[in-house]
Design a protein around this ligand. Structure first.
Ligand code: R5P
Length: 295
């Protein structure tokens, strides 16, 4: 029987393409808020005897997670054979250590909650920094798929002679993989963060790539502080209009304005989080990961 896909707020293009690639039936559901803020959920397509895929970006995690958990529990209660989460963006990955006494290590607690409610998890480029793999915190089978093939394809088609620049050491994993796919040079900057929004970066000598188009590449833009600092330095070095390329366009309030003020003219993201900059589709890589979990 075809898998049943319930879309809980993904990018429409991603959702439709995933249904096609997986041969999935789109499930109908009603999800709304009661006046007191609680969620109401009703499945209009029965999950009885079906493998269920919940497609749910978790970019507003505190708002999105409860409805997703309600949907998962309801699918199980109503007879789904398995219930998996396809989360184009996986939240709560960055609080992966107790930086100060008493802090919540939310990545671990969040993973525990999701692991108890789901049978598998597929996500795109989770922010693995101090964790080597999702298996360190998730108790269910999980697959982290990379946006790199889709980003490389976009760069090949859109940017002549790119030099890829990661704004911090953590970005090296994404930048190196994309650069290898298109045989482009790459560099990584050094970042120092002194607060949620205060970021300083150092820029290496890019003279050897003076004729190239700089492409700033990162996994997440949240406050925009990291990319704005890198942009400002590149502009100081005489590079005009670097392309800002990213996987997850979280874009907290003012982030886009901050990037524009720092000189960004072209901002391009994957459709893992719905945003006006979405131009790179990750459906193919996600479908590969989901197939592996459904087999
Ligand atoms: C950090 O390690 C990530 O790779 C991003 O650079 C970071 O999350 C971006 O955050 P913000 O936009 O708030 O500077």
């Amino acid at each position: 029987m075809r898998p049943l896909l319930f879309d809980l707020g993904a990018h429409p293009g991603l959702s439709v393409r995933l249904q096609d690639l997986l041969g999935a039936e789109r499930g109908a559901l009603e999800l709304r808020r009661f006046p007191d803020g609680e969620s109401y959920l009703r499945l209009d397509t029965s999950p009885q005897g079906r493998a269920v895929i919940l497609l749910c970006p978790l970019d507003r995690p505190d708002e999105c997670t409860l409805p997703m958990l309600f949907a998962a529990a309801t699918c199980r209660e109503l007879g789904a054979t398995c219930v998996g989460l396809a989360a184009p963006y996986l939240a709560y990955m960055r609080q992966d250590i107790r930086f100060r006494p008493g802090e919540a290590v939310t990545s671990r607690t969040y993973a525990g909650m999701l692991s108890g409610a789901l049978d598998w998890l597929v996500t795109v480029d989770p922010h693995l920094h101090r964790y080597q793999s999702l298996d360190e915190i998730y108790r269910i089978p999980s697959r982290s798929v990379a946006a790199a093939p889709a980003l490389a394809e976009w760069l090949r088609a859109e940017v002549a002679c790119p030099v890829l620049i990661g704004p911090d050491a953590e970005s090296a994993q994404w930048v190196a993989e994309v650069a290898a796919r298109i045989d482009a040079p790459w560099r990584v900057l050094e970042k120092t963060r002194s607060g949620d929004r205060e970021v300083a970066v150092s820029v290496p000598d890019l003279d050897a790539h003076a004729g190239c188009t700089p492409v700033l590449l990162d996994d997440i833009v949240s406050t925009g502080g990291t990319m704005a600092a890198a942009l400002a330095h590149l502009r100081e070095q005489g590079f005009a209009s670097p392309v800002c390329l990213l996987v997850h366009a979280i874009f907290a309030a003012e982030a886009e304005a901050m990037l524009r003020a720092a000189g960004a003219t072209r901002i391009v993201s994957c459709n893992t989080v719905v945003h006006s900059s979405n131009s790179v589709c990750v459906a193919e890589v996600m479908a590969d990961g989901i197939r592996g979990c459904l087999d």
